[in-house]
Design a protein around this ligand. Structure first.
Ligand SMILES: Nc1ncnc2c1ncn2[C@@H]1O[C@H](COP(=O)(O)OP(=O)(O)O)[C@@H](O)[C@H]1O
Ligand SMILES: [Mg+2]
Length: 593
């Protein structure tokens, strides 16, 4: 007698449904993706009771022929791929052919569709797996899928449903992701009969405004990284606008929302230097990559993907975001002070182009600056002294060159007050100087990362992964200033380390670097450690509060800020300056207009 039996199809579908339709929002996502794959221009969604009673998705896409209706709800039946080679370059959102079958196995589903060459529409109904014969139906074009009573025949699953409000929240989030990933398509969403979203098809900017709020894209830095076979564009929130709350974090890979470790890590690292620890970045980013370079067939709901060259991608993404965030003080106006203080929102002035003066030998200037900040500024200021006349305001001969304006005075030995064309500029002098020194130290070290040979090589036990990683990445390691090689089947020896990290714990640094290399293909551990060190050095080198500066020194500080990347935040992510415009001041004093 057989003990092992093949399961009936219906049961197999119910089991698959456990993975694919974990909750109403997952069913909604699958239906929306089918509409997009069918080339829809407009998609209407109706939900009832958080999607548990009803999910209806109506599109104006290509439709399904009468003969194909039954196949559409059959397991492993799809129109999207044919050969196994198709799996290597998937260009559609779906391809597994199991969504409709799974949903139909755990609900009462009806599928009505009219393909362009059909005289009228046809409908089939599936009730807990039983498929009806197609009946003529009325529908102008496209496909409408109605899912009722989700999980009516799987009480175990039903028990895991949360309140309708929570399930609706998940549905809404699924809807937002899809709508943001495809701004060219129009969408509506109704819940229990009331319209929640009405989105016209258009560009990304308009869609981001509609879904993330109008302040998002206008306060965000633009990411623009076109590349061969690879492009990465969108917006990342400027550090000063990041909040502590749960933020909108959207990354789309070839039109698909994904949660990917490599991408998330790259983004976190790009923010590491400019974002205060307790703040969360917000972003909406679209990555377009050769379908062959990404495997989407690793997760039943495809929310996770694998990149073929994740190391290179990590670097590409991190650099693109760092570049977007690394604007100098001159072209990134800080948050308007009025906005921060809650005075009615003031518009930030348009970016001002600024070309830094030809640089001095950085290394030498650096050492000097850290040692003697005041003398440094005095020397730096050199011939270009502009003496402000405080009585009738300073002369501003080079306004365009100096967007941060000219110093008026120092307040309580902490803040520098300056006047520019728009009004008053307030600078936290320690924070600003600290960032300037930090960026200079980094630049000096980036140019050549000298290796410090160790008198006695440090040896330590390594696992097979670490040995392989060290061997495969020998070149990268030496470019980082690291000399490391195997001296036994389970032992690594370090013969040299990057000079600025000579005092670090070599073995644990090596473990961390190898782990990083294996995971992300590039090592940020070294740079991260080094940056931390530099940050500490910069903090100690920067002018202390309560040290009085001359007007010339203050002006020199302003000029340095204009020429320094990321000068808008100190190393700890706090802002370094604010602009109070004349109209902010007028508003403060209720000066009529
Ligand atoms: N809204 C739709 N418009 C046109 N065809 C659809 C639609 N939804 C489903 N289909 C057809 O039904 C098939 C099965 O859908 P599904 O079970 O989601 O699998 P997959 O999307 O992975 O192919 C699809 O391949 C497609 O041909
Ligand atoms: Mg599908």
């Amino acid at each position: 007698m057989h003990i092992i039996r093949a399961l009936p199809d219906h049961l197999i579908n119910q089991i698959a449904a456990g993975e694919v339709v974990e909750r109403p929002a997952a069913a909604l996502k699958e239906l929306l993706e089918n509409s997009l794959d069918a080339g829809a221009h407009a998609v209407d969604v109706d939900l009832a009771a958080g999607g548990t009673k009803l999910i209806r998705v109506a599109d104006d896409g290509a439709g399904i022929e009468r003969e194909d209706l039954a196949l559409a709800v059959a397991r492993h039946a799809t129109s999207k791929i044919t050969h196994s080679s198709d799996l290597e370059a998937i260009a559609t959102l779906g391809f597994r052919g199991e969504a409709l079958a799974s949903i139909a196995a755990v609900s009462r589903l009806s599928l009505t569709s009219r393909s362009s060459n059909a005289g009228h529409a046809w409908r089939i109904e599936v009730d807990g797996g039983e498929v009806s014969v197609p009946q003529p139906a009325a529908l102008a074009a496209g496909t409408t899928v109605t899912v009722q009573e989700l999980y009516f025949n799987t009480p175990a699953r039903r028990k895991f449903l949360r309140t309708d409000a929570t399930e609706y929240g998940h549905c809404e989030e699924a809807f937002r992701r899809i709508a943001l990933s495809h701004p060219e398509v129009g969408f509506t969403l109704s819940h229990n009969g009331s319209v929640r979203y009405r989105l016209l098809g258009g560009g990304r900017h308009a869609r981001a405004d509609a879904l993330l709020g109008e302040s998002f894209a206008s306060h965000a830095a633009v990411v623009e990284a076109p590349g061969p076979g690879l492009s990465f564009t969108g917006w990342v929130v400027r550090p000063a606008y990041a909040t502590g709350g749960r933020e909108a974090q959207y990354v789309f890979v070839n039109g698909r929302y994904v949660r990917d470790r490599v991408l998330t890590h790259a983004l976190r690292e790009a923010y590491q230097d400019v974002l205060h620890n307790d703040r969360q970045p917000a972003y909406a980013l679209w990555l377009t990559i050769e379908p062959r370079m990404v495997d989407v067939n690793v997760h039943p709901t495809k929310v996770e993907v694998r990149f073929r060259d994740s190391g290179a991608l990590h670097q590409f993404v991190r650099r693109a975001v760092e570049k977007a965030l690394a604007t100098t003080a001159a072209d990134q106006p800080a948050v308007s002070a009025a906005e921060r203080l809650g005075v009615a929102a003031a518009r930030t002035p348009p970016p001002i182009a600024y070309t830094p003066p030809p640089g001095r030998p950085a290394q030498e200037a650096l050492a000097f600056a850290a040692r003697e900040p005041a003398a440094f500024y005095a020397r730096l200021f050199g011939e270009r002294v502009v003496t402000p006349r405080v009585d009738d305001g300073p002369d501003l001969p080079n306004e365009d060159e100096h967007p941060l304006g000219f110093a008026l005075a120092q307040l309580h030995g902490i803040y520098v007050l300056a006047q520019n064309r728009d009004g008053l500029v307030l600078v936290d002098m320690h924070a600003a100087h600290e960032r300037i020194l930090y960026e200079r130290l980094k630049n000096a070290l980036d140019r050549d990362s000298p290796m410090q040979p160790l008198l006695v090589p440090i040896t330590f036990a390594a696992d097979p992964f670490e040995l392989a990683t060290a061997e495969e990445n020998a070149q990268t390691l030496s470019a980082l200033g690291f000399s490391m090689s195997a001296i036994g089947p389970a032992t690594l020896a370090v013969r040299g380390v990057p000079a600025p990290l000579a005092d670090a714990d070599t073995a644990s640094l090596a473990h961390a670097v190898l782990a990083d290399l294996r995971e992300y293909g590039g090592s940020r551990v070294l740079t991260a450690q080094r940056d931390e060190l530099l940050s500490t050095m910069a903090c100690h080198g920067a002018v202390r509060a309560h040290r009085s500066l001359t007007v010339a020194e203050m002006n020199a500080l302003l000029r340095e800020m204009e020429a320094t990347e990321r000068a808008g935040q100190c190393n700890h992510g706090r802002p370094t300056w604010y602009q109070l415009t004349l109209s902010d001041l007028d508003r403060l004093f209720m000066r009529g207009r």
